[in-house]
Write a protein that binds this ligand. Structure first.
Ligand code: SF4
Length: 206
């Protein structure tokens, strides 16, 4: 029986692929989706004053077909390390949760049932980029330490604005396609591959 407890009191973190899927579900651009339905410029889904996800209605999840990975996997958690090793864990269910862990099926069965594969590939693609970005940011911080504090804070602010623009898949891919005379892809998976290429180019720019 569905209790929908997992759609309350949670910060649902989303990556650009998940945003693109949700935006596609609603027939809007990722730019509009980020402005209307997310917090921290696309980092999390909005929730109301009672802590309920913006997409939960009286029938359940209003975007079920395109729900984020974490919603697909719950009550299982997935972790991946820098070497690409992955493992799964049982999360502690909510106190009022009606869900029960079964013991007869495998994790593979569960992932297939939840349509999780495309989401996990996307998560891994963006996670790899994030690690690359963190390495570059460590080098940048080291360089910044020997510079004037006011200059550094302006630079950091500009970098954050630029980062938010780049995380908006439709806007970033459109810009990249125009600059490189590439046709704007229709399918979200194709768009994601172009997006990851564009992001990698951006974070590695001198
Ligand atoms: S996206 Fe759907 S499944 Fe995920 S928390 Fe929101 S309402 Fe629940």
């Amino acid at each position: 029986m569905r209790c929908l407890q997992c759609c309350r009191e949670k910060k649902i973190q989303v990556n650009p692929y998940e945003i693109a899927r949700l935006a596609g579900n609603l027939g809007i651009s990722t730019t509009e989706f980020i402005a209307r339905y997310t917090l921290e410029q696309g980092a999390y889904l909005k929730f109301n004053d009672n802590g309920i996800c913006v997409f939960l209605d009286h029938k359940g999840c209003g975007v079920h077909k395109d729900r984020p990975l974490v919603c697909r996997l719950y009550p299982i958690g997935r972790q991946v390390n820098e070497m690409g090793d992955e493992w799964f864990l049982e999360l502690q269910p909510e106190a009022a949760c009606n869900g029960r862990y079964g013991r007869t099926a495998t994790i593979e069965d569960f992932l297939e049932d939840q349509g999780a594969t495309a989401y996990m590939l996307a998560a891994d693609g963006y996670l790899t980029l994030l690690w690359e970005m963190m390495e570059i940011m460590d080098c940048m911080s080291a360089k910044m330490e020997i510079r004037d504090a006011a200059d550094v804070s302006v630079e950091k602010e500009n970098a954050l604005v630029e980062y938010a623009e780049w995380m908006d898949m439709d806007a970033a891919v459109r810009k990249y396609c125009q600059e490189n005379k590439i046709i704007f892809p229709d399918k979200v998976e194709d768009k994601m591959h172009v997006h990851i290429d564009a992001l990698r180019l951006w974070i590695n720019q001198p």
